[in-house]
Ligand binder design. Structure first.
Ligand SMILES: *Cc1c(COP(=O)(O)O)cnc(C)c1O
Length: 427
């Protein structure tokens, strides 16, 4: 190997061993990627995507055919009846909020069956931990939508008994979060989500099963909509944007629900008929086309990191050979200095801002300092190699992304090298 980057022999040896361990898993990831890439190509062909779809529209964007074709591509690729894909969604939170406000009505009850939702959604629902500011800002609660929650069991699994006793036909929405977010619970595989959806529909036949699908797209060979999820949403600066979409989100699911969401995104009456695309269509199409592959590369990076850090004695979750439902890897590094060195090393592996040295800071909404690594082409894109680590128990780093496995692996090795030179590698 050439000498652009120098690593200690210990690190090179572990890397070789980790790749041996991961080989069989990489094969499985390749199969999933191939399957999803076929489906994506078919989606493009079915929608008869052509160069004219890349043309920029302005103003109201009436008759923007690219916009409609993009919806069709996503619907097919996500195994959904319909989809709404727009650069106008400013984040994953905005996309999920649009879906919630789109389909819920005053007096409805939303029941989360995967514990407390992702931090930024708590303010949308009106359950922000700071209490006061949660109300009066136009939260779901302000509009008379009730929220209830079933916590996960000790071992991080779903409380099916609790579902049986709590879900009655008065529940309008059963809400599921697929990814672990910044917790250590297992992420939900499609089979598990299907089981939840089936039970929810059995107990409340008219309920909407809604899924926060962030980080889950194209990780498996089919999407949760196949297993009776009525509506799901996610961010285009994660998996489904393929590292190319500069912003945006998608909502996918049953046709009449997606229509309702479109009325919330624009206005009742106009819905999806308006909304100019300003020339972004090409990037969103190209990102979608690359998404299955890029997701596979991020998964390989996570699997490699799991095997590699396990060799140095760290607990990791998921383990390298455990089934995955998202692209996130948590590594229990055990202390502040370890976390800081790790994130600084990951940053050194970035194509953008590699010379920046991340330092812990007091991030709003966290009760401890957080150190982060992100050297991305797209600000905040976590399909690109990135890591976050709150400096508190269990002293874990959450790592995700990599546009290609080779650079992802390099980032992991640089993280280990930085830990070694700081004298904190290995347990
Ligand atoms: C990323 C993410 C979101 C949305 O977050 P944004 O930062 O607003 O894009 C929601 N839920 C989960 C589980 C996520 O990982």
């Amino acid at each position: 190997m050439n000498s652009c980057f120098e690593f200690d022999k210990k690190i090179n040896d572990a890397a070789e061993k980790a790749e041996d361990m991961a080989r069989e898993i990489f094969e499985k990831i390749n199969c999933t990627t191939e399957q999803n890439q076929r489906k994506m190509l078919k989606a493009f062909q079915n929608a008869r995507v052509s160069e004219s779809h890349f043309a920029a529209s302005t103003g109201y964007g009436y008759g923007d055919r690219g916009r409609d074709a993009l919806d069709e591509v996503f619907a097919f690729a996500l195994n959904a009846e319909d989809a709404l894909v727009r650069h106008n969604f400013v984040s994953g939170t905005h996309t999920i909020a649009t879906a919630l406000f789109g389909v819920l009505r005053p007096g409805d009850t939303m029941l989360s069956v995967t514990g407390i939702p992702y931090d930024t959604l708590q303010g949308v629902i009106g359950i922000a931990s700071d209490g006061g500011s949660a109300c009066g800002t136009g939260t779901l609660r302000d509009f008379g939508i009730r929220y209830e929650q079933l916590d996960l069991l000790e071992d991080g699994t779903v409380d099916y008994e609790g579902m049986r006793s709590r879900i009655t036909p008065d529940i309008r929405m059963v809400y599921i979060q697929r990814s672990r977010g910044y917790s250590l619970r297992p992420s939900l595989r499609c089979g598990e989500i299907e089981k939840i959806a089936r039970l929810a529909h059995e107990l409340a036949p008219n309920c909407i099963v809604m899924l926060d699908n962030c980080y889950g797209e194209f990780v498996q060979e089919y999407e949760p909509t196949v297993g009776n999820v009525d509506l799901m949403a996610g961010s285009l600066i994660k998996n489904p944007g393929g590292g190319i979409a500069p912003t945006g989100g998608y909502i996918a699911g049953r046709h009449e629900l997606v229509e309702l969401c479109s009325y919330r995104l624009t206005t009742p009456g106009t819905g999806r008929e308006i909304g100019c695309t300003l020339g972004h269509n090409r990037e969103l199409f190209m990102g979608a086309f690359n998404a299955p592959h890029v997701t596979g590369e991020a998964l390989k990076t996570a699997v490699f990191a799991a095997a590699f850090f396990e060799l140095f004695g760290y607990d990791v979750t998921p383990r390298y050979d455990e089934p995955r439902a998202d692209i996130i890897e948590s590594i229990m590094l055990g202390g502040e200095r370890e976390l800081i060195a790790f994130c600084q090393g990951i940053q050194q592996g970035a194509p953008v801002d590699s010379f920046v040295v991340p330092e812990p800071w007091d991030m709003p909404g966290y009760d401890s300092k957080v150190v982060m690594a992100a050297g991305a082409f797209t600000l905040g894109a976590s399909i690109e190699l990135s890591a976050d680590a709150p400096l508190r128990e269990p002293y874990a780093a959450w790592m995700q992304g990599a546009l290609n496995y080779h650079s992802g692996k390099l980032g992991v090795l640089l993280a280990a090298q930085k830990m070694l030179s700081d004298g904190v590698l290995g347990r």
